[in-house]
Design a protein around this ligand. Structure first.
Ligand code: C5P
Length: 222
């Protein structure tokens, strides 16, 4: 199997940005696993499947045709990149993600992303469940207020509407669900480099991650 670097953490901790920067620096593939759960929430709404119907959601997860291309996300050939980025889509994602059958259905799809020369995978359970043998594991965190602020800026940049106060409470609610669910709860995997990015710039976080990668995979000369 190709080498894997996992980056886990709560929403808005900067995982996506760091995963993309690292992958482009190394020339590796990138897996945004959160997008998979978001697409499933979206597909369920389109198909009229309840977010509590575990069996039908697991079937839908196996059937749906998801593709990542050029920074965009496609569901059955249609571009859903913007639709899956709303807070509503994030909440639907965290509800379907709490279901064991759904997670099991998406496991092989995610593992198949580990192709040469390597994969940077970001999510909640990349280092703990999906790629337990990953070469390097990172766990990124930041305060809920800082994460809400970042999410606010991202949404405004994309031309979507946003309200800072409701973002803070939605982030807390989603954190709670992600950390306390019985299957694959969000927590730092054993042996992970833990970085609190509240007071750090993207460059500073990236540098800490690169230091760890150089230590473990010196042959990459990054
Ligand atoms: O990272 P993102 O905010 O896009 O993820 C959306 C939701 O999908 C998260 O709140 C979490 O509940 C779920 N998720 C997960 N496991 C992953 C990635 C995301 O449970 N590996």
């Amino acid at each position: 199997m190709a080498p894997v670097i996992t980056i886990d953490g709560p929403s808005g901790s900067g995982k996506g940005t760091i995963a993309n920067r690292l992958a482009s620096r190394l020339g590796w593939h990138v897996l945004d696993s959160g997008a998979l759960y978001r697409v499933l929430g979206h597909a369920a709404a389109e198909a009229g499947v309840s977010l509590e119907d575990e069996d039908r959601l697991a079937d839908l997860a196996l059937e749906m045709d998801v593709r990542f291309h050029d920074g965009k996300v496609f569901l059955n050939e249609s571009d859903v990149s913007l639709a899956i980025r709303t807070e509503q889509a994030g909440n639907a994602a965290s509800r379907v993600a709490a279901l064991g059958e759904v997670r099991a259905a998406l496991l092989q799809w995610q593992r198949a992303c580990a192709r040469a020369p390597g994969l940077v995978a970001d999510g909640r359970d990349m280092g703990s469940v999906v790629f337990p043998d990953a070469a390097v594991k990172v766990f990124l965190d930041a305060s809920p207020e800082e994460r809400a602020h970042r999410r606010y800026n991202q949404l405004i940049e994309k031309g979507l509407s946003a309200n800072l106060e409701s973002l803070v409470s939605e982030i807390r609610e989603r954190d709670d669900r992600d950390r306390n669910r019985s299957v694959a709860p969000l927590r730092a995997p054993e042996g992970a480099l833990v970085v609190d990015s509240t007071a750090l710039s993207i460059e500073e976080v990236l540098e800490r991650v690169l230091e760890r990668v150089r230590e473990i995979l010196p042959e990459l000369r990054c």
